[in-house]
Design a protein around this ligand. Structure first.
Ligand code: NAD
Length: 248
């Protein structure tokens, strides 16, 4: 098989879909794992991506058994890249107003989902005796900072960095590199409602030195770079892509 394969969780929307577009443009074939798969075919067609290049699987990343049954279909693709992008951002409120189930759901998707997919990917990488590979965990600027009303999201995104740093050491000798990206405020369906909010614009965008939100393609370009041989000595890192937000 000529083409490399990238597995992208949450590949049906926003940053994940931008990664699909970028990796396809760089001659990869892509496996999308997402629980919302309706409409992905249309998006692919709108982006002029041949459906033969993309395998779409519906699964909840928070369900290990569902993910395992999908990974069991994939070994022949010999995937060398995994992008853990599936995630949710719960509503903003102080800690005492979170109910326990809401907290657990966010941990299940944002943290456990990345662990499950990474575990299955690493096992397959080892079994296939691949020579190089890359895992990208999509964290956030909230993986480095706390913000009022976002305790669970911030906790999961910090945890993803711990996962990244330890995993990088587990697999460094196998040339399986593991890095995290910390997107700032990026224009996607996840942020569309609050990007329209004047108060948010005033408060948050004024704190971004580049004075604009980022584009999903700007995260996808970084993900592709981290998976490429240009980043061959880069592992265990957190790369903020945030218009300078964390530099302040
Ligand atoms: P999005 O809502 O556009 O896309 C998220 C995708 O994940 C969707 O396709 C959704 O169906 C999928 N998904 C959610 N829960 C899932 C589950 N349990 N199982 C399978 N798929 C699931 O959001 P986005 O902005 O593209 O976010 C992508 C990632 O980037 C998330 O991890 C998010 O936390 C992170 N992030 C986004 C921003 C931003 O400003 N947009 C900033 C920092 C980090």
């Amino acid at each position: 098989m000529d083409k490399k394969t990238a597995i992208i969780t949450g590949g049906g929307s926003g940053i994940g879909f931008a990664c699909v577009e970028k990796f396809i443009s760089e001659n990869y074939q892509v496996v999308i794992i997402d629980y919302a798969v309706n409409g992905i075919d249309q998006k692919l067609s709108d982006a002029n991506i041949p459906s033969s290049e993309v395998h779409i699987h519906q699964a909840n990343v928070a369900d290990f058994n569902e993910l395992e049954s999908i990974f069991n279909l994939l070994p022949d693709l010999r995937a060398t890249a995994l992008i853990n992008c599936a995630g949710i951002s719960p509503s903003t409120k102080p800690l005492h107003d979170y109910d326990v189930e809401e907290w657990k759901r966010c941990v299940d998707i944002n943290l456990n989902g990345s662990f499950y997919a990474s575990k299955l990917f690493a096992k397959q990488f080892i079994k296939n005796k691949l020579k190089e590979g890359s895992v990208i965990n999509i964290s956030s600027i909230m993986g480095k900072r706390g913000t009022p009303g976002h305790a669970v999201y911030s906790a999961t995104k910090h945890a993803v960095l711990g996962l990244t740093k330890s995993m990088a050491q587990d697999y460094a000798s196998m040339n399986l590199r593991v890095n995290a990206i910390g997107p700032g405020v990026i224009e996607t369906p996840m942020t569309s409602s609050f990007l329209k909010d004047d108060a948010f614009q005033k408060f948050f965008l004024s704190k971004i030195p580049m004075q604009r939100a980022g584009k999903a393609s700007e995260i996808a370009n970084t993900a592709y770079f981290l998976c490429s041989s240009e980043a061959s000595y880069l592992t265990g890192a957190y790369i903020p892509v945030d218009g300078g937000f964390l530099a302040v």
